[in-house]
Ligand binder design. Sequence first.
Ligand code: NDP
Length: 249
Amino acid sequence: MTLEGKTAVITGGSRGIGRAICKKLAGSGFNVGINYVSNPTAAEETLALVEQQGGKGFLCPFNVADTDAVNEAFKKITQDIAPVDILINNAGITRDGLMARMKDSDWQAVMDTNLKGAFSCSKAAMRGMMKSKWGRIVNITSVIGFLGNGGQVNYAAAKAGLVGLTKSMARELAGRNITVNCVAPGYIVTDMTDGLDSDIQQAILAQIPLGSLGEPEDVAASVAFLTSDDAKYITGQTIHVNGGMYMGN
Ligand code: NDP
């Protein structure tokens, strides 16, 4: 079955892992919606990269944490372009700090973007998928959701929550031929990990059997697989892309 021409939206598609996913899915022949919230220049660069490689894309700025903005954006994409066939919930932020000092606003911001954002975008996108009886949703969780991490209770809880969301959605949507899966990256070289002190980087590297941080393209390859017809019988699962840092389920 060819999936060429299907419409994909990648939240946080403008930079880092999201940019690599946009390029990879455009290479699969999908028309990729590049979402971002604050940095149009990065999003335009991503669109240019997609077009340079002969792919099709469009920009779709909205804040995933704002449910009304999400609903409005998916309505507009459906009207102006096409119903969304493939959704990659990738947008994510960190607001790190030890729990004893963590502000409620730092807890809430991470929950709203990393967990509620995936819920709202999925809910808005799945209407069209249910109608067409085909869809793919991939949620980008994290190794931290499985291991936990001091200083990241908000992030770890949101990422672990995505796994429960994924499994429940997979059960609800399987009858409509919509698969829902997670990809759980380990430490990947992006702006998010750029600020880590070199001693922290060394400590992380010591826990990675393959001996290096990952690249955004390593994550994008698994996302592309899960959106492909080769993965049509896989749902409710997590693919770990972490150099062996975590080997559980
Ligand atoms: P980056 O910080 O490099 O990029 C984040 C992207 O998300 C940007 O495109 C940003 O847009 C967008 N974004 C942030 N908040 C919102 C929002 N409220 N609404 C819409 N878009 C938003 O992150 P990474 O590429 O490193 O991470 C991507 C995903 O992978 C995240 O979910 C992250 O938690 C996860 N991950 C990353 C790992 C890593 O080591 N890098 C490891 C494990 C998981 P803008 O520029 O406009 O703000």
